[in-house]
Write a protein that binds this ligand. Structure first.
Ligand SMILES: NC(=O)c1ccc[n+]([C@@H]2O[C@H](COP(=O)([O-])OP(=O)(O)OC[C@H]3O[C@@H](n4cnc5c(N)ncnc54)[C@H](OP(=O)(O)O)[C@@H]3O)[C@@H](O)[C@H]2O)c1
Length: 325
């Protein structure tokens, strides 16, 4: 089969389409002929050499895909050859075929094209497992999402609105903020021109928000703590702003704050299955109802993976970028 190989650590030019061995199918796995895969921030870190594949995972990038099942392992009971599905992967989506444990596979949501289905697994599993399963974001609470126009952000806005939250977002341009509002964000904050702590306080009568979904890490840590309400929860899923910082711990004690972090890729297949089942139960109905829509900015042929990475690193995109083998 053909796959995108990271020929060495470096810029987008190190991504090359090559002929490689087909994946070896294990007993509990299905083999998917990939129709589409989607980019994630993690793919660019893997390409640069700072985020290696977990042990046992495919060496090729790609954390999600959609496609058709072409073969099933002998212990697979849930899926059959010919099923159109999408899947959460530990790697290997940038290829014509990928093998994945059956518990990480989801049906294509009703009303969604096979192509657009590739935009959902990673964002749905990340957002559901963090701010809903762990931070327990509930109806009527306020949520601040950093990077509202990202793949993660555009999904988080829609599902949080659907679940009855008041949603605040940060983004780096007025155009991106306008898009975030068009899909449900209540308050848009331009992080390049505004102080998000002051704006959050102003919009919440001085209280702060209940939950924050953070992609920045160190550079926003103190300001995130300062933006939280009593019993507030900060969930860190990205470290784009660095990994270490000094914090004034008094905010944690005074406001009874919870700080959590998690990465999805390194979770065990068993743990991913639990998340995928929760996503099927809680998120897929919202997609089927049309309350959560795919946000796809652009699609490229798989052979143009380097171009797709350049677009992602320029941060001009809103939502997801797809690759089509
Ligand atoms: N832990 C996990 O399991 C997990 C899973 C998936 C993704 N993630 C993380 O989630 C983040 C988004 O991923 P993605 O794939 O959706 O990538 P993406 O579409 O490339 O998004 C990156 C986002 O970061 C925003 N950003 C950059 N600097 C910012 C700042 N100072 N303040 C606020 N926002 C800022 C960008 O906003 P502008 O373009 O407006 O500057 C952009 O929306 C990445 O950090 C990724 O590593 C984590």
């Amino acid at each position: 089969m053909k796959a995108i190989v990271i020929t060495r650590a470096g810029g987008p030019e190190v991504l090359q389409l090559q002929e490689v061995e087909d994946p070896q199918l294990k007993d509990h796995e299905v083999l998917i002929r990939v129709y589409a895969t989607a980019l994630n921030g993690a793919d660019t870190f893997q390409r640069k050499g700072s985020y290696p594949s977990p042990i046992g995972a495919s060496p090729y990038p790609g954390l999600e895909c959609s496609g058709t099942i072409v073969s099933v392992g002998k212990n697979v009971s849930k899926w059959k050859v010919g099923d159109q599905v999408c899947a959460l992967l530990a790697g290997g989506g940038y290829a014509e075929k990928v093998a994945v444990p059956e518990g990480q596979v989801l049906p294509v949501p009703p009303g969604i094209s096979l192509k657009d289905a590739a935009s959902f697994p990673e964002v749905a599993c990340t957002v559901w497992s963090t701010i809903f399963m762990m931070s327990r974001l509930s109806k009527g609470e306020t949520l601040l999402i950093h990077g509202g126009s990202s793949g993660i952000g555009t999904f988080a806005i829609q599902i949080a609105k659907y679940r009855g939250s008041r949603v605040f977002v940060t983004a780096g341009s007025e155009e991106k903020l306008a898009f975030c509002k068009s899909i449900g964000a209540d308050v848009g904050i331009n992080y390049k021109t505004e102080d998000f702590v002051a704006r959050v306080k102003e919009e919440t009568a001085g209280q702060g928000v209940d939950v924050i979904l953070d992609v920045m890490g160190a550079s926003y840590h103190q300001r995130n703590l300062d933006s939280l309400n009593f019993d507030g929860r900060l969930f860190i899923i990205g470290i784009q702003g660095g990994v270490s910082t000094e914090v004034d711990l008094r905010a944690l004690l005074g406001k009874r704050l919870t700080v959590q972090g998690a990465g999805l890729r390194s979770r065990s297949p068993e743990n991913k299955t639990v998340i995928v089942n929760e996503v099927a139960k809680n998120v897929w109905p919202a997609i089927a109802e049309g309350k959560v829509k795919p946000v796809v900015y652009k699609s490229f042929p798989l052979s143009e993976a380097a171009e797709a990475h350049r677009l992602m690193e320029s941060s001009q995109h809103i939502g997801k970028i797809l690759l089509l083998p």
